[in-house]
Design a protein around this ligand. Structure first.
Ligand code: AMP
Ligand code: GLY
Length: 401
């Protein structure tokens, strides 16, 4: 129970991946009564799971109303882009997540470029003529499949064909060189609080080889990153001010995807929600207080909210199924011994009481420790206690951190 409430605070987490399990875990630490739509078997250990699809506002809104939740936390981008947060607000239900209009910062690359230009935020230049090296990007949501990095003409030709085949507008931009960084800000209009920076590993194979995925691992904090406070001032705040100026203020998580170039950090994308799998590495570094920050954002005022960190480091290793990222699979039994690390479920299901695979990315194993090296050892020691037919994971997450 918390001050001002005569019962435990009720929170509905929308989504079913590793990010949502991490959010549920962090909220559970803050002592809330948790519900999830639809959740997964890992989340079910912490929350009551309701069989309602995240992308179906017509079912999520009545569920939130019926449960009389104090807060809805929306994990994925798709429901935000189609207006779930607006629909909840219209019913007077507090929600952590931006309006459809503000979610365009992720939903439309053209909108994002326009906002960044108006805000004076450094970003990859749009190129009028497609010539390698460059990056071809589809304009709308493409679940990570709408970006082609082209270092030669053959790659560019293939990318242009693939982009046309997607059937949505696309643009060509400058190829930026440097390490990537994800910086999350919890934002309420022009107020913002930064979380520790994280790095994710997008390629399927060790040494950053093979196709892009939803993310095969992450770590936080990042030693070679500039101060997050500085990034917040130069990247997030100008964008938040510009969104507010346009009459579409942002309330939720503004995720800056950056490349640390020799000229300084530049934005390759903004997302309108927590990153996956970065969230799994970032939330274990908080002392607590996530509920307060998310609820304050939903109420429209972050005044006085801080998110102290515990000084730890975290490394997340994603375990995927055999044919990921081409396809996922379902029904393969998972053997898992008790581990010291946190294990956040992504694509899992229960079949006759047995945990089985159900997707591409199956589990997230999160090690924590006093250093990245310790966190990494803890994560991999626990990965070794998990087994299922065809499981694959990267062995080099955070090795060079
Ligand atoms: P996105 O979907 O925008 O995150 O892009 C997927 C991946 O493509 C990023 O994580 C980067 O590795 C790469 N990428 C996107 N834009 C650029 C860029 N302008 N320069 C270099 N790499 C990029
Ligand atoms: N980790 C990349 C993303 O969440 O978009």
């Amino acid at each position: 129970m918390r001050p001002g409430y005569d019962r435990a605070v009720k929170v509905l987490v929308v989504g079913s991946g590793g990010r949502e399990h991490a959010l549920a875990w962090a909220l559970a630490r803050d002592g809330v009564e948790l519900h999830a739509a639809p959740g997964n078997p890992g989340i079910a250990a912490l929350a009551s799971c309701h069989p309602v699809r995240a992308e179906d506002p017509a079912s999520v809104v009545p569920l939130a109303a019926e449960l009389e939740v104090d807060l809805v936390v929306v994990g994925p981008e798709a429901p935000l882009v189609i207006g779930l947060a607006d629909a909840l607000r219209r019913r007077g239900i507090p929600v952590f997540g931006p309006s459809a209009a503000a979610a365009q910062i992720e939903g439309s690359k053209a909108f994002a470029k326009d906002v960044m230009e108006a805000a004076g935020v450094p970003t990859a230049r749009t190129l009028a003529v497609a010539r390698p090296p460059c990056v071809v990007k589809a304009d709308g949501l493409a679940a990570g499949k709408g970006v082609w990095v082209c270092r030669d003409q053959a790659a560019l030709d293939a990318a242009l064909r693939a982009a046309q085949a997607l059937g949505q507008p696309f643009h060509v931009e400058e190829l930026l060189e440097g390490p990537e960084l994800s910086v999350f800000a919890i934002a309420a209009g022009e107020q913002a609080v930064a979380l520790p920076a994280a790095r994710d590993f997008k390629r399927i194979g060790d040494g950053d080889t093979g196709p892009n995925t939803g993310g095969m691992g992450s770590y936080s904090p990042v030693a070679d990153a500039p101060d997050v406070g500085e990034i917040l001032e130069t990247i997030h705040r100008p964008v938040l001010r510009e969104l507010a100026r346009r009459g579409t203020p942002f309330f939720g998580l503004l995720y800056g995807g950056l490349i640390l170039t020799e000229q300084g950090p530049q934005v390759i994308e903004f997302n309108c929600r927590f990153g996956d799998p970065e969230t799994q590495s970032v939330l274990p570094l908080l002392e607590g207080g996530l509920l307060e920050a998310l609820a304050a954002t939903a109420a429209g005022d972050l005044g006085g909210v801080a998110l102290p960190t515990n000084g730890l480091a975290a490394v997340t290793v994603v375990i995927a199924s055999r044919d990921y990222p081409e396809r996922g699979e379902s029904g393969t039994p998972i053997d898992m011994e008790a581990t010291e690390a946190l294990v956040f479920h992504a694509g899992t299901a229960l079949q006759e009481g047995r945990l089985v695979t159900n997707g591409g990315r199956i589990l997230n194993v999160v090690g924590t420790g006093a250093s990245i090296a310790e966190a990494r050892s803890a994560a991999y020691a626990s990965v070794a206690r998990i087994d299922f037919a065809g499981m694959q994971f990267r062995t080099d997450i955070a090795t060079n951190a």
